[in-house]
Design a protein around this ligand. Structure first.
Ligand SMILES: Cc1cc2nc3c(=O)[nH]c(=O)nc-3n(C[C@H](O)[C@H](O)[C@H](O)COP(=O)(O)OP(=O)(O)OC[C@H]3O[C@@H](n4cnc5c(N)ncnc54)[C@H](O)[C@@H]3O)c2cc1C
Length: 496
């Protein structure tokens, strides 16, 4: 089958790139190995409940942010409900901190919980940096620059403030805490570290100020909820691409990419059936670089195979990555929660996996689409599993038990209200997404990798491009949406 572009994977990064190509009139084929689109941003039905596959929080729909930009360009409509209170954090000292969106309200709350000392200047600085980062991200879509064209684009769009802020890529969030004299505030540093882990996938010493400040201010931008689960963020993208003449092929796993000057032949294994060849002038891989590179197969010009080999050396191994342990619960709520997202710090690290916090999301109380029986609720709980290759399988029941005890102690979910519960290890993530070692959440931030050293969208240096959460800036839905925009922009500038 012949298309203009073959897109591997239907994660949010790939869907953004595919939708933008479709808007330009290109016929796109999306190959998805799973029976559902969306990857880590998806939802599945089980035992009368709709569970989130991975992501639960959603930002990026405010004007000037990546998802907003894709929706503007394509006209895709998403029905999203803004959240009044984006998140609550349950600290290990028993206090609960409400992460208000309004900056002043949040600073007041932070000062109450962590002490007045320098909370205001710290958060005002972080917010200023995060506003700069979002302002710049859609302006500098040639970033990181790797061709003469990219450099020209970057130079044309450079502003004095970009020079000013660039230096913060050399300083860590730990340095920032010291600068504001907050590094000895144990409660606050733990709060910062656990917040960074869910947004930047690493702790303050490894997260540069640009990413760190943006990650910490995640809740100071519009947070949204999609009724029926995040599959309803994904479906409008798929519908749009199909209306434009593209097609999504579910249960089609790309197993090889053959290169030729005319384009790419991608071999897909159809689940339980034969292999099918897809031909495309362009290729977009929306799966992790760890999974993409081994697909390159057969004869390639020396320059391209050398590039693929060089990229292989840059892929992160398991000990630099994280996976997730997840618990899905269908229950009868005993109270009305004013906030649907909760980060919960633990008094003791979790058995088997050692993580120090869990993240709980419940459905919006006005969303009737998440359970077959009115009045029931759904909870998705996740926690990090560092170095997943070493922890593919473990005793799920002890981790599940420790999580349930903490939820009961906080009176968030009572054990006697649980109707259905299931949990999953990194092995389940590997099966669901095919991601190597079941690693999820993207490449974590590391201080030795500056933003301009992150993997860029050009894959083979020819007509293949990469997006998703292992490519710049690639973390969470807003990050992968931006990576999809950048892959599309680079392809368009290079060839269209
Ligand atoms: C537990 C958890 C909680 C999270 N919470 C949040 C959150 O609250 N907010 C947020 O913004 N982000 C969150 N994230 C991160 C976010 O979900 C991901 O970073 C993002 O969805 C990844 O998108 P992606 O474009 O990289 O593709 P992926 O989601 O990785 O999708 C890739 C797709 O490609 C398919 N695929 C893989 N190999 C092949 C192949 N060979 N052939 C065909 N198809 C293939 C997979 O099945 C998958 O559908 C969370 C992630 C996890 C795991």
């Amino acid at each position: 089958m012949r298309f203009d572009a073959i897109v591997i994977g239907s994660g949010m990064g790939a869907l953004c790139a595919a939708a933008l190509l479709a808007a330009d009139g290109l016929q796109v084929a999306i190959l998805e190995q799973n029976w559902l689109p969306g990857g880590c941003t998806s939802s599945y039905w089980r035992k009368g409940f709709v569970f989130e596959a991975g992501a639960t929080t959603l930002v990026g729909l405010d004007p000037g942010m990546p998802l907003w930009a894709v929706l503007q360009r394509t006209g895709i409509q998403i029905e999203a409900v803004p959240l009044q209170i984006p998140m609550q954090v349950h600290l290990s000292n028993g206090d609960t901190v409400t992460r208000y969106q309004d900056l002043d309200e949040w600073i007041e709350e932070a000062a109450r919980a962590f002490g007045k000392h320098n909370q205001r200047p710290f958060w005002e600085f972080c917010y200023q940096v995060s506003q700069f980062v979002w302002r710049t991200s859609l302006r500098q879509t040639a970033f990181p620059p790797t061709s003469i064209g990219d450099w020209m684009q970057c130079i044309l769009k450079i502003t004095p403030e970009q020079f000013w802020y660039a230096r913060y890529a050399f300083f860590s969030t730990e340095w920032l805490l010291k600068k504001f004299g907050l590094h000895r505030n144990r409660l606050f540093t733990k709060f910062v570290n656990e917040q960074l882990l869910i947004t930047a996938q690493n702790y303050a010493p490894q997260v540069n100020v640009l990413f760190g400040a943006t990650a910490l201010c995640y809740t100071n931008f519009g947070n949204y909820y999609v009724n029926g689960g995040l599959i309803n963020l994904v479906k409008p993208f798929v519908n749009y691409i199909e209306q434009k003449g593209g097609k999504i092929f579910l249960r089609h796993k790309a197993i090889a990419i053959h290169w030729s000057k005319e384009g790419y032949r991608v071999v897909a294994q159809v689940k339980g059936k034969e292999k099918v060849d897809f031909l495309g002038k362009f290729l977009i891989s929306g799966i992790p670089i760890n999974n993409t590179l081994p697909l390159f197969n057969g004869h390639m010009p020396y320059k391209i195979s050398k590039r693929i080999e060089k990229l292989k050396k840059l892929t992160m191994p398991s000990n630099m990555l994280n996976s997730a342990f997840q618990v899905g619960i269908g229950f009868r709520p005993h109270q009305h929660l004013t906030c649907i997202h909760h980060q919960i710090h633990l008094q003791e690290p979790l058995p088997e996996i050692g993580s120090q916090s869990i993240f709980l999301s419940v459905n919006h109380p006005e969303d009737a689409l998440r359970s077959d029986v009115p009045g029931l609720a759904v909870a998705s709980i996740s926690t990090h599993v560092h170095h997943p290759a070493a922890r593919m399988h473990f005793d799920k029941s002890v981790v599940e038990q420790a999580i349930l005890e903490r939820l009961a102690a906080l009176d968030l979910i009572r054990p006697d209200t649980i109707i259905y519960i299931h949990s999953s290890t990194p092995a389940a993530w590997e099966k669901w997404t095919q991601r190597q070692f079941g690693f999820v959440g993207g490449y974590p931030q590391y201080m030795h990798i500056k933003p301009w050293q992150m993997l860029e969208a050009r894959l083979d240096g020819y007509k293949a491009y990469l997006c998703g959460d292992t490519t710049y800036p690639g973390q969470g839905i807003p990050g992968v949406a931006l990576s999809g925009i950048i892959a599309y922009e680079k392809l368009r500038r290079d060839w269209l």
